[in-house]
Design a protein around this ligand. Structure first.
Ligand code: PMP
Length: 367
């Protein structure tokens, strides 16, 4: 959709990346780090002051003490952390439960590692987990369950009750958890992020994956980290050592200083919520109908009042005829779904959102 958006000079609300500048202070800190000579390899597991700052943040936000030396590894992005976690644990034929719609790397990453993806659809239209179905789909080969909150593409978030269900399902089993929390701070409406880090008994059996790029509005940085138990992290590092070894130094040095100011992450949720609210407000003038989004960069809209086309055809036509690119949510499923919903990325300048909605107001029903 991004290529089509570029070709048609459409406003791109498809792919998830901000079009506004990242924090100038963080850019300055990277400059400073480079100018002061932080340009060589740092420790394989990450620049220690950054890992210390992350452990401090985890303690402050989730009241859990983690050991920054043995439990945190800095990675080249969240996707890499997820992939490495899967490589660490999957033996041929192992099953991994994934929920659809699923971020596009999950299923290929499971299959490339010789595993089998057990796909369970989130309930429509609230995109929540049907835990009784999860119980039914567990077998002797179930190696892990992958969760993602706040969720891409829907913006749904896991509740305390979901975590209780997860706890009761894994209790007394060897099932591991891979938790994709790349949108950690981007949660709205006064809801609390139910991080696995809040639950030491779950963290014991989890790989929790994060992305600096996503939360600090610099997706091109491709820098993230993984937190796990010392035992699992030790195994994770056996893969990481020969796949990446050491990540970008100046950015790690900069982030270690940047994270000293808690405001830098505490303000992220309200910053993004303002954008979501502004976008929702503008979209009221169109025939698109919003589905709830409580986090991430994304807001899903139904176009059922506008067209009977499938999601792909609709998204392509809207890009070509009205100059606004979206992502069909069906692209996040392996099987065909007919929900008539598309995903918009609202992590954009106000002007970009205004330009997009200006076009979307003129979309005529074609039923
Ligand atoms: N997980 C989810 C759910 C995402 O949406 C993304 C980014 N699109 C990632 C992981 C990847 O993060 P990174 O760019 O740090 O690899």
């Amino acid at each position: 959709m991004s290529s089509l958006a570029a070709e048609k000079k459409a406003v791109n609300l498809g792919q998830g990346f901000p079009d506004y500048n990242m924090d100038a202070e963080l850019v300055e800190l990277v400059n400073k780090a480079m100018k002061t000579g932080h340009n060589q390899y740092v420790h394989m597991n990450g620049y220690q002051p950054l890992r210390d700052a992350l452990a401090e943040k985890v303690k402050f936000l989730y009241k859990t003490s983690i050991d920054p030396v043995s439990q945190i590894t800095i990675t080249p992005g969240g996707t890499y952390a997820l992939y490495t976690a899967l490589t660490t644990i999957i033996q041929a034929g192992d099953e991994v439960i994934v929920f659809e719609p699923a971020y596009d790397s999950y299923i290929p990453a499971i299959e490339l590692n010789g595993g089998k993806a057990i796909r369970i659809q989130l309930t429509f239209p609230d995109y929540s987990i049907n835990w009784s179905e999860v119980k039914q789909r567990i077998t002797a080969r179930t190696r892990a369950i992958m969760i993602n909150s706040p969720h891409n593409p829907t913006g749904s978030v896991l509740s305390k009750n979901d975590i209780e269900e997860l706890k009761s399902i894994v209790k007394g089993t060897n099932i591991l958890i891979i938790s994709d929390e790349v949108y950690e701070h981007l949660i709205f409406d006064g809801l609390e992020h139910e991080s696995i880090l809040k639950y030491p008994e779950l963290l014991e059996r989890s790989f929790v994956c994060f992305s600096f790029g996503k939360v600090y509005h610099c997706t091109g940085w491709k820098l993230g980290y993984c937190i796990s138990s010392p035992h699992l992290m030790n195994e994770f590092r056996k893969i990481h050592q020969f796949n990446c070894f050491s990540c970008d130094s100046p950015k790690q040095v900069a982030l270690a200083e940047f994270l000293q100011n808690r405001e830098h992450y505490l303000e992220l949720g309200s910053f993004l919520q303002k954008k979501r609210d502004y976008f929702q407000q503008l979209m009221k003038e169109t025939l698109f109908k919003p589905l709830p989004s409580h986090g991430s960069y994304f807001q899903i809209y139904s176009y059922a009042d506008l067209s009977n086309e499938n999601e792909r055809d609709f998204a392509i036509r809207i890009t070509k005829e009205y100059g606004v690119a979206t992502i069909p949510v069906s692209a996040f499923y392996q099987d065909e779904v007919k929900h008539k919903v598309v995903r918009f990325c609202f992590a954009k300048k106000e002007k970009t959102l205004e330009n997009a909605v200006e076009q979307l107001r003129s979309v005529k029903p074609k039923l």
